[in-house]
Design a protein around this ligand. Structure first.
Ligand code: ZN
Length: 492
């Protein structure tokens, strides 16, 4: 826990945080929500536009069938009720990023009604976060502020890129069920993994395809009424969201403990300075004057339609976690870590299928340890390489230490693990004669440690095992070495 987190934790003994999240997901459709313009991140500005998304007079929107299917899929993945009849509404506002001066959204009959997600708490249990609703809408254009640091405040002029306008979005709104910044991060991690698994959004936070706002309030512990909430806007990584919520909770506790009140306002968290800044207060809050979109008919969703969408869905992370425990005999913890991303879960299953000697737990340990460590360094590991190495370790042909080295080499330089071991004489030595002479030499060279061991300090066995591994460049079988060390120590 960071110092900041600990400080907040201490002050929150008397105050209960109440947190709800709003997540905007850009759908990974080929075309926009209401026209046939192609979606492409990073394209030259204003090259993917047409009369519909530029809101020329007389044009009519046509809903993207795939986007509707994706919205239903998100609803199913979040255990939501899917509406039989869903309608669009106009959300009116006047700003340069909206050529129509309104956004087509959903207000009264969202496509996905109440649902929930059960989120692993990291300690073998879980907590439930209710989903209030998930609805379809279209994204705004992108504003680029020039002649400044990129912020509007000190810019001389702004550009508008209409490529993004009309991108299909699903907004997921949670109930205020989240109680700690850490829970917020855990929920978002599972949500992202779930959405990536069903492949309806690439969830790339840097490119803005997953954006998150947090509604935050505090109340005295034991109280049931909600306090005044603030909205923390547009944080672009889960780490910043967690930190931003910490900072806002600390600010609110500070206010109320000084006898002041929390004002309802929209805030921005600056991750570089840790400061919270007000974007707009309630007095300036928009009245969006929602009304039914007259250019779009309601969409009827039949049970057959829902089943057709469901049939296309990949296995969800929570179901996969349960299957990992069941099918591979893994602990809840291991199943959870392997399922933090679907890529890691896929990698694990492919590796398991490729191994011949290693058991599932050993493959899990190597996947969670070495694979993730190498990936963190940017090294690409294949399931074939990991399976080859783990099999060699399982059959005791090489030690774990040598296995790590071989895996790193295969990943960086290519080649076959068994061949490298053979060619470079890395095979493990469990030959007793060779081990015995190394150990005898080691005991002779360290009479003080031998004496301490005899005096009852049994933990020194580890010291000798380390010495043997070092002397034999990691090629000793640690199990055999340990047994022999104890035997020879006892004999002295
Ligand atoms: Zn268009």
């Amino acid at each position: 826990m960071t110092l900041q987190a600990q400080a907040t934790e201490d002050r929150l003994e008397a105050w209960e945080p109440v947190i709800g999240l709003e997540i905007h997901l850009q759908l990974a459709t080929k075309t926009k929500m209401f026209c046939r313009c192609r979606l492409e991140f990073g394209a030259a500005p204003n090259t993917h536009v047409c009369p519909v998304c530029l809101a020329h007079p007389g044009v009519l929107p046509v809903p993207n069938r795939r986007a509707v299917d994706y919205a239903i899929m998100i609803g199913l993945a979040l255990n939501c009720e899917i509406a039989e009849r869903t309608t669009f509404s106009r959300k009116n506002y006047f700003y340069a990023d909206s050529p129509k001066a309104y956004q087509i959204s959903q207000y009264e009959d969202p496509i996905c009604g109440p649902g929930y997600l059960d989120v692993p708490d990291g300690e073998g249990g879980s907590f439930r976060v209710g989903i209030t609703r998930a609805h379809m809408e279209e994204d705004a254009a992108k504003l680029v502020h020039a002649g400044s640091s990129g912020r509007i405040a000190d810019s001389s002029h702004s550009f508008v890129d209409f490529n993004r306008v009309g991108t299909p979005l699903v907004e997921v709104v949670t109930d205020p069920d989240i109680r700690t910044p850490e829970q917020a991060k855990r929920f978002l991690t599972l949500l992202k993994n779930t959405i990536e698994t069903i492949a309806v959004s690439d969830c790339n936070m840097e490119e803005g395809s997953l954006r998150c706002d947090a509604n935050i309030s505090i109340r005295p512990r034991g109280a049931t009424e909600l306090g005044t909430k603030t909205e923390l806007k547009n944080m672009n990584s889960f780490r910043f969201i967690e930190r931003g919520i910490h900072a806002e909770l600390a600010r609110q506790v500070d206010l109320v403990e000084r006898g002041q009140e929390v004002e309802q306002e929209t805030l921005h968290y600056d991750p570089t300075t840790g400061a919270i800044r007000s974007l707009r207060s309630k007095e300036l809050a928009h009245d969006y004057r929602y009304f039914p979109e007259p250019d779009l008919v309601p969409i009827e969703v039949t049970p057959e339609h829902i089943e057709r969408v469901r049939a296309d869905m990949a296995e969800l992370p929570l179901a996969r976690m349960a299957r990992f425990e069941e099918a591979y005999g893994l602990s809840t913890y291991d199943a959870e870590v392997l399922n933090l991303s679907s890529d890691t879960a896929d990698f694990y299953e492919t590796t398991v299928a490729l191994t011949t000697d290693a058991d599932h737990k050993l493959v899990a340990n190597w996947t969670m340890g070495e694979l993730l460590a190498l990936q963190k360094e940017g090294v690409v590991v294949t399931p074939e390489a990991l399976a080859g190495v783990v099999d060699l370790v399982a059959t005791k042909k090489i030690s774990g230490a040598v296995g790590k080295e071989v895996l790193g080499r295969v990943a960086r330089e290519g080649g076959d693990p068994a061949e490298i071991v053979e060619r470079e004489g890395l095979a493990q030595v469990s030959d007793e004669g060779a081990l015995r002479s190394v150990i005898e030499g080691l005991l002779d060279a360290n009479p003080k440690q031998v004496e301490q061991y005899k005096g009852g300090k049994e933990s020194l066995v580890g010291f000798f095992v380390g010495g043997v591994m070092k002397a034999m460049q990691g090629k000793a079988d640690p199990g055999a070495a340990k047994a022999l060390i104890v035997e020879l120590l006892e004999a002295r």
